[in-house]
Design a protein around this ligand. Structure first.
Ligand SMILES: NC(=O)c1ccc[n+]([C@@H]2O[C@H](COP(=O)([O-])OP(=O)(O)OC[C@H]3O[C@@H](n4cnc5c(N)ncnc54)[C@H](O)[C@@H]3O)[C@@H](O)[C@H]2O)c1
Length: 330
């Protein structure tokens, strides 16, 4: 099976292509073209792994490029996206261009190239603050940021291609994913790196609750959708099924590190009130039933194990060199 992965050089994408190679798939990795010759996290792979990956440089916004890239491919997994919520307040149009128009290019080229399955990676942010938890896939959709709105549009576009043209599309909807290689702008790396390197921990809101999924589980969830006929035309949540507030999360990380730091909230790190999603907790019944998937890192204990692995990774100086200090909060 030849699988094209977009966003392959990013946080989840890089773990996914490693997972696909381990399972014996042929991987074509689409890396966003840049003038630094950077292949993102793929640059850090061992030579033996790199040799197994066909890397192409390009952009999902380029229709002709995407059509050519899909030649000889069986399955497309689309992770390419702009994902920062704060940046989506500043540059909404670029979110539509990448997250929606980019997907449109993939969908139309997939019809042309008779792709066997398109797996679109959605996000729990599409639910916004829910009326009830755990959140099932048929819950109300409520985009509270331009990022979330672009992902809602992408999901709907993908489903419309299934309904209108019979394109085999599966939508996998991960809840907040964490683990090694995640940007230090994301909540868990922000807490860990400040806890390790600063006398205080500054974050945005303390009370939102999140369902945190370790990246190895996210990858297994995505891989379990490949070739899964029952997933076609479906949206499937993947989450840990356990929720924790940001305040409790800080406490948990500090407890693992055996340190005590002053916790401060900083206005610049907060979302506007109406844009803040207060609670995200996945119902994973559908994933269990259709994908036969459930997370290995479950409940409070699972979160602790995932956090320990993540902390150990960020503790290594050779890993931290990939993250630049910045005064931008997006
Ligand atoms: N990290 C999470 O908690 C989380 C949760 C749910 C869903 N997701 C989804 O998972 C996917 C991957 O997210 P991530 O956390 O790995 O973020 P990431 O920023 O590390 O990965 C996104 C990738 O998309 C690439 N990209 C951006 N614009 C592109 C373009 N025009 N053409 C080609 N590639 C482009 C980037 O270079 C990057 O490698 C996204 O679709 C995101 O919406 C992430």
């Amino acid at each position: 099976m030849k699988i094209l992965v977009t966003g392959a050089e990013g946080f989840i994408g890089s773990h996914l292509i490693e997972g696909l190679i381990k399972k014996g798939h042929k991987v074509k990795a689409l890396v966003l073209y840049n003038s630094f010759n950077s292949l993102g996290w793929i640059d850090t792979f061992q030579e033996s792994t790199k040799k197994k990956i066909e890397v192409i440089l390009g952009d999902v916004r380029d229709k002709e490029f995407i059509d050519k890239s899909l030649k000889g491919v069986d399955v497309v997994i689309n992770l390419a996206a702009l994902i920062s919520i704060p940046y989506s307040y500043k540059a909404s149009r670029s979110y539509i261009e990448t997250n929606v128009n980019g997907l449109l290019n993939i969908l139309s080229a997939s019809i042309n190239r008779k792709i066997k399955q398109v797996i679109q990676i959605s996000t729990s942010e599409v639910y916004g603050t829910p009326k009830r938890v755990p959140i099932k896939e048929d819950s109300i959709i409520n985009a509270q940021s331009p990022y979330a709105a672009s992902k809602v549009a992408a999901d709907q576009l993908a489903l419309s291609y299934y309904k209108s043209y019979g394109l085999p599309v599966s939508i996998i909807r991960p809840f907040n994913t964490y683990g090694p290689r995640q940007s230090t702008r994301a909540i868990i790396p922000t807490i860990i790196t400040q806890a390790l390197n600063s006398d205080k921990i500054e974050i945005g809101s303390l009370f939102p609750k999140r369902d945190l999924l370790f990246v190895e589980d996210t990858v297994e969830g995505i891989i379990s959708a490949i070739g899964n006929k029952k997933s076609i035309g479906n949206i499937i949540n993947i989450g840990s099924g356990y929720e924790i507030s940001i305040k409790e999360l800080v406490k948990k990380i500090c407890k693992i590190l055996k340190i005590n730091k002053v916790l401060k909230t900083k206005k610049i790190r907060k979302r506007p009130n109406k844009s803040e999603v207060l609670r995200l907790l996945a119902s994973t019944q559908k994933a269990k039933k259709i994908l036969k998937w459930s997370p290995k890192n479950k409940g409070a204990k699972g979160l602790e194990l995932g956090l320990i692995k993540t902390i150990n990774w960020y503790k290594k100086k050779e890993n931290l060199k990939y993250f630049k200090k910045s005064n931008f909060y997006y």
